[in-house]
Design a protein around this ligand. Structure first.
Ligand code: ZN
Length: 460
């Protein structure tokens, strides 16, 4: 099944090939995503009124619980064992129109499970109809995420001929782990006239304008309950693809370093170590100084950051699909170059494209320099501290485009999380993007978030 979200949120595997899908999802994450969309009033869509408006199949136990709140005071908490089923109130639909459902969910940690979420169309007599293809590349069924973070998922389908109503059904997901599932903040919209091309992740869609009313709502929601009775979050600003340019440091990196210094926050620059083979004394000097002052953590972002077809024509990345020996050499070379050229070891690692496989685990097990693995394999941590990824709380969405509105949406839904590792690529930021980046940082400073180096989160 082409379940973009189930795949991304599969939990363990960093999937670069689906990143464009992910970017598209985030593009659509702010609600309403496009001005031409029409929100439909789903009764009790955020479970603030208990289970009013929702129908439980016999034997289903579910509750509207503060423990499952993402926005507001409650969310749906359900054990996704066999046989449960929860259905929303019906919404009237028009045949031929495309409807989009967004929901937020989390597995919420160790006992977390997953459930299926489906769009069900019925005719006037109440008979089920097969959904028709949506005009965006989304499907009428998906699953909740297994992530410990709250993530946004999107379903879409066109109402088929004779359709009269749409309901949202939550039910067991075959082949997915049963356990506690938390769902909140469901929304439904009829999709307007933005051509499918413009919504296509490969179609160079513009970022939809952010909705000032939504931003105001979220800022108030956060102010009313900033951390859900937990400590303020820790923040790792993970900036990728640092290296020498013409022997020195690119002005956009210098700008970030200066800004971070001015705000008195540490930042984390990922070095592609091949660059350290260049004759770049000014770059080495600058990097050593910022390491020694403690302003910046420089971390291992691979040796060559390569991606391409292997001998069999399959697209592979430096630490995914390239084999143990290749990965071992690249890991060792990067770590050696840091020690030789910079005079300090890398202690944190984040793979190019965040793409890794089982060989990466074996390589890391044999790599004592590295203590922290950003966006690593949670189930196979290789003896490292793995820092998880929250897709909804990051700097750029889509990749390369800092986006305050999308950040705020994700942050509001994820209050109470212990930390966020937020990724960015400063050399891609023009002035508008820079402004979005600083707006994000300054919001977090206002929240009293604690900015840290990646290695600060490592086991001692
Ligand atoms: Zn990179």
């Amino acid at each position: 099944m082409p379940w973009a979200f189930g795949f991304i949120h599969g939990g363990d595997l960093p999937i670069i090939r689906r990143m464009k899908w992910f970017a598209a999802a985030i593009l659509l994450a702010s609600f309403p995503a496009f001005a031409s969309d029409t929100p439909l009033p789903l009764p009790n869509s955020g479970f603030e009124d208990g289970l009013a408006g929702w129908t439980l199949a016999p034997g289903t136990s579910a509750e509207a619980s503060p423990e499952a709140a993402s926005i507001g005071k409650a969310g749906l908490l359900v054990n996704s064992g066999p046989g449960f089923q929860i259905t929303s109130a019906p919404l009237p639909v028009q045949a031929g129109e495309t409807y989009m459902v967004q929901f937020w969910s989390t597995g919420g940690g160790e006992n977390g499970g997953q459930a299926a979420v489906r769009m069900i169309f019925k005719d006037a007599k109440g008979a089920d109809l097969k959904p028709a293809m949506a005009k965006i590349r989304k499907w009428p069924a998906g699953s909740t995420t297994s992530s410990p973070y709250w993530e946004n998922s999107i379903l879409a389908a066109a109402a088929p001929e004779n359709a009269a109503s749409l309901t949202i059904q939550i039910a067991p997901a075959s082949s997915r782990k049963p356990g506690l599932v938390r769902i909140d903040d469901i929304s439904v919209a009829r999709i307007g006239d933005i051509p499918a091309m413009q919504r296509d992740p490969d179609g160079a869609a513009p970022v939809p304008p952010s909705d000032p009313a939504r931003i105001e709502f979220l800022e108030k929601e956060i102010a009313a309950n900033p951390y859900r009775n937990k400590p303020a979050p820790r923040i790792v600003i993970k900036l990728d693809d640092f290296g020498p340019r013409n022997g020195t440091v690119h002005p956009k990196w210098i700008k970030v370093a200066g800004y971070a210094k001015e705000k008195n926050i540490p930042v984390n620059f990922g070095i592609v170590a091949k660059g350290l083979e260049e004759n770049a004394p000014a770059f080495f000097q600058w990097t050593k100084e910022h390491h020694d002052s403690g302003d910046i953590e420089f971390w291992n972002h691979g040796y060559d950051h390569a991606e391409g077809p292997n001998a069999q024509g399959k697209k592979v990345q430096e630490f995914n699909g390239t084999g143990f020996d290749h990965q071992k050499t690249h890991m060792a070379d990067a770590n050696r170059l840091a020690r030789e050229k910079l005079g300090f070891p890398f202690t944190a690692f984040g793979a190019p494209f965040n793409a890794t496989d089982e060989d990466t685990v074996k390589v890391l097990e044999e790599t004592p320099d590295i203590r922290v693995w950003m966006y690593g394999n949670h189930n196979h941590p290789a003896g490292k501290t793995v820092l998880d990824r929250c897709y909804a709380v990051t700097i750029e969405s889509p990749t390369f485009i800092p986006n305050y509105a999308d950040f705020l949406e994700g942050y509001a839904h994820n209050r109470g999380a212990e930390y966020f590792v937020m990724q960015g690529h400063p050399t891609h930021w023009n002035d508008d993007r820079w402004d979005q980046f600083t707006r994000i940082v300054e919001f977090l400073i206002g929240q009293k978030a604690v900015f840290v180096k990646a290695s600060d989160l490592g086991k001692p």
